[in-house]
Design a protein around this ligand. Structure first.
Ligand SMILES: Nc1ncnc2c1ncn2[C@@H]1O[C@H](COP(=O)(O)OP(=O)(O)OP(=O)(O)O)[C@@H](O)[C@H]1O
Ligand SMILES: [Mg+2]
Length: 358
């Protein structure tokens, strides 16, 4: 039989030629289309897949996969249908570890009405290994750098404190510049180590009963001289009774300090930063509200991404909010931002509260 242009360039042939497994389901998660790549990976025919529930993909992999990640993800999706494109990396062990890059989005063929969900699957093992190697390298290098940096800082502080005798003003000034730079490097190294720990799931929290308002007051005191230097006022507001939280005090103070340092960086002189502590039902919400330039609506979620800084961002590495989000989420809470351009930014985080009668 002769193949015509119409056969070769029809959407079906193009879909089959894609290097990604493709699955389309209806709104009840029944598979309506699967390409050959998916069928081959699952060692079955396309006909066996069409009409089955989406979770059959996870179950077929589960037979040989000692991890549950793929099936768990698909089950989770069917309970929380996505409204926009979602990207997820899952690991399967069959028996060696393989990484799969999955995208899922509502399927709206006419661009308006949703009739199902469109999935793509691609092997990502090599890329995942390279990312892992890079992360290990950053983490090992940061570790190795921290000790010498700490001794450089100690020596500078001794010199500035007069350990080697009185220094001429010019030397004091230069050593002061060195100390500021070393402090920045140590902060960066600590941030990189935190990110590495968080991503490896090794960030340990030392949980205790914590009064969040006291944390806020301590953090505000710590940045008060910086605020005075910027001619910025910080006002703490709190509702009457704030329950305690089960939290790691140092880590929560790290989050508050991150938010305060951002607010200070972007606050114009003579403006006010409000730090509000409230206790709506069974939770504690801390808000840091500034009168700075604000954040454009399409960038609101991106500010939490690793190394992401907006155009015109001031000094920093773009890690503060990434670490803050991970820490808050590890406490079972959430963090978000609200902002209107030119009307300041409000960062909020919420933690579960301990029952009041404890
Ligand atoms: N209060 C704010 N007002 C306006 N933009 C902000 C505010 N807070 C954060 N941003 C934007 O979000 C970006 C990410 O913030 P983040 O705290 O993660 O990094 P950073 O402050 O640049 O560096 P780091 O905290 O690692 O020293 C900032 O670079 C800035 O562009
Ligand atoms: Mg910051």
């Amino acid at each position: 039989m002769q193949t015509t242009d119409a056969d070769v360039y029809c959407p079906e042939s193009i879909l089959e030629a894609l290097p990604r497994g493709t699955v389309v389901t209806d709104l009840d998660w029944r598979i309506r289309y699967a390409n050959q790549l998916v069928a081959r990976a699952l060692r079955c025919s396309i006909n066996e897949l069409v009409g089955e529930h989406l979770c059959v993909v996870g179950r077929k992999v589960r037979v040989v996969d000692s991890s549950h990640e793929l099936l768990d993800f698909l089950v989770h999706l069917t309970k929380n249908p996505p409204d926009r494109l979602e990207v997820k990396m899952v690991q399967v062990r069959i028996p060696e570890r393989r990484s799969i890059h999955i995208t899922v989005q509502p399927y709206c063929p006419d661009g308006a009405v949703r009739v199902g969900y469109l999935f793509t699957f691609a092997e990502y093992t090599r890329e995942a290994e390279i990312i892992e190697m890079k992360d290990h390298f950053i983490s090992d290098a940061s570790h190795e750098l921290r000790t010498p940096m700490t001794s450089i800082k100690g020596s500078l502080e001794l010199l500035l404190g007069g350990y080697a005798g009185e220094l001429p003003d010019s030397a004091t000034e230069l050593l002061g510049i060195c100390l500021t730079a070393v402090d920045r490097l140590i902060r960066l190294i600590n941030d990189l180590l935190d990110i590495a720990k968080i991503e490896a799931g090794e960030m340990e929290l030392h949980l205790n009963h914590v009064r969040i308002l006291e944390c806020v007051n301590r953090c505000v005191r710590a940045v008060s001289s910086l605020a005075t230097a910027h001619k910025v006022t910080i006002r703490v507001e709190s509702s009457d009774r704030i329950p305690e939280a089960l939290a790691d005090r140092d880590r929560i103070e790290q989050v508050i300090t991150n938010l305060l340092s951002n607010a200070l960086k972007y606050s114009p002189s003579e403006s006010c930063i409000r730090v509000r502590v409230q206790a709506p039902a069974e939770s504690i919400v801390v808000s840091v509200i500034d009168q700075g330039p604000g954040i454009p609506p399409d960038k609101l979620n991106r500010v939490f991404d690793r190394f992401h800084q907006l155009e015109g961002a001031k000094k920093g590495t773009g890690l503060g909010l990434t670490i803050s989000r991970a820490l808050v989420e590890q406490h079972g809470g959430r963090i978000w931002v609200e902002s209107e351009m030119s009307r300041g930014a409000s960062f909020h985080f919420e933690l579960p509260a301990l029952p009041a009668n404890r």
